[in-house]
Ligand binder design. Structure first.
Ligand code: KIV
Ligand code: ZN
Length: 405
């Protein structure tokens, strides 16, 4: 029976960490892992233990520390890889060995230098060995979307035969399109999984900006695990962004009626923690967690948002853990937003006063990119200031030190 529960497999600490500028030390990985557990993900992929001593130690530490979630460790289809992953996971409450091999001809010929039958055998041996160490084994067919579909299904069937219960279909190079990917997932479901207790997982890269769309199309076609990362970090253009996937299912539950365990209010704090750890922010216009995701500058938008945020917001900032929306005061702002900010600063302006202040504000906004609260205060006439509810110094102190973002 198909369930509607979608497992969130977070690979921030493995695929994410693999990308340039995103490396983390053991303590940082542990902090991140604890936050991911708090967020409510189902699986944390903690690392690739054979890759380095550091990766091994971090995967082991995460496996020992995170008792509520499944902790996965990645390995190639090679004996020593599987053994190292198993060793790193030996203290885990819920371990999962994740073994992978490429199945596309281009990878077989130019990277692995193996025949199809050799790769098939490697899959069998590796999954069999992994099953001796862990109840739960996931098998990934790297570059699945550029693989011959008959061969892909043959390899997946062999993995299931040896005991894998999660089959991952990666779009390793971010090449596929939503409808095409949905067809591939349905094919794997019909030809390999059928009624078996096997979960189809997907792992999409974002080279064409389609990772989230492809993952959602795969879910509609029967995938029940999505692999993703916080802030969408990952190899090259990154992986499907966890926060986007989760919020798409949350906001559009009318169309996407799936159950996800994530506490959406932890999304922004998790994104912020990652940015702080790796030392770079997400792009300002990044969906859900970008600095501008809930910022409104255009006058018409600001007016609408002040009256009812739903005019221009499809989710509340609070629902993803962002403290509140922010009205950006700049040359596109209207008098409504300006009046509101003066009120917040302790200067409720009467109609004529607001008109006068607004005139001066637009002149200034034409000249200056960022308008600070201190600038707003300087636009007030002495009479307005005297009439004010709070003394000027108090207001200046209340003024945000930074700009309206
Ligand atoms: O992109 C990919 O194919 C991977 C696999 C190891 C799952 O990261
Ligand atoms: Zn990947």
């Amino acid at each position: 029976m198909t369930t509607n529960r979608i497992a969130i497999f977070d690979t921030t600490l493995r695929d994410g960490e693999q990308s340039p500028g995103c490396s983390m030390n053991l303590d940082e990985k542990l902090r991140m892992a604890r936050q991911l557990e708090q967020l409510g993900v189902d699986v944390i992929e903690a690392g690739f233990p054979i890759a380095s001593e550091g990766d091994f130690a971090a995967a082991q530490a995460v496996a020992n520390a995170c008792r509520q979630v499944t902790v996965a460790a990645l390995c190639r289809t090679a004996e020593q890889d599987v053994a190292r992953a198993a060793e790193a996971l030996s203290g885990a409450a819920h371990p999962r060995i994740h073994t992978f091999v490429a199945t596309s001809d281009i990878h077989l010929q130019h990277k692995l230098r193996k025949t199809r039958s050799e790769v098939l055998e490697m899959t069998r041996t590796s999954v069999r060995m992994a099953r001796n160490f862990a109840e739960e084994v996931e098998f990934s067919a790297e570059d699945a979307t550029r693989s011959d579909v008959d061969y892909l299904c043959e390899v997946f069937a062999a993995a299931v035969d040896e005991g894998a219960t999660i089959l991952n279909v990666p779009d390793t190079v971010g090449y596929t399109l939503p409808s095409e990917f949905a067809t591939l997932v349905s094919t794997v479901r019909d030809r390999v999984v059928g009624e078996k207790a096997v979960t189809i997982s997907v792992h999409c890269h974002n080279d064409l900006g389609l990772a989230v769309a492809n993952s959602l199309a795969a879910i509609a076609a029967g995938a029940r695990q999505v692999e993703c990362t916080i802030n969408g970090i990952g190899e090259r253009a990154g992986n499907a962004s966890l926060e986007e996937l989760v919020m798409a299912m949350h906001v559009r539950s009318d169309q996407l009626s799936y159950e996800v365990n994530v506490n959406t209010r932890e999304l922004y704090p998790t994104s912020q923690l990652l940015s702080e750890i790796i030392g770079f922010e997400v792009q300002p216009n990044k969906a859900i967690v970008g600095r501008n995701a809930f910022a409104h500058e255009a006058g018409i938008h600001q007016h609408g948002v002040i009256n009812n945020p739903l005019c221009y917001e499809i989710m509340t900032p609070e629902s993803v853990g962002v403290p509140s929306n922010s009205l950006v005061l700049g040359k596109h702002s209207g008098r409504h937003a300006l009046g509101l900010r003066y009120e917040e600063l302790g200067y409720p302006l009467e109609h004529g006063e607001l008109d006068a202040a607004y005139g001066r504000f637009t002149e200034l906004a034409d000249r200056k990119k960022r308008i600070y609260d201190q600038d707003l205060l300087s636009l007030l006439s002495p009479e307005m200031k005297t009439r004010a509810e709070v003394p000027i110094m108090e207001a200046v102190q209340r003024a945000r030190v930074s700009s309206y973002r």
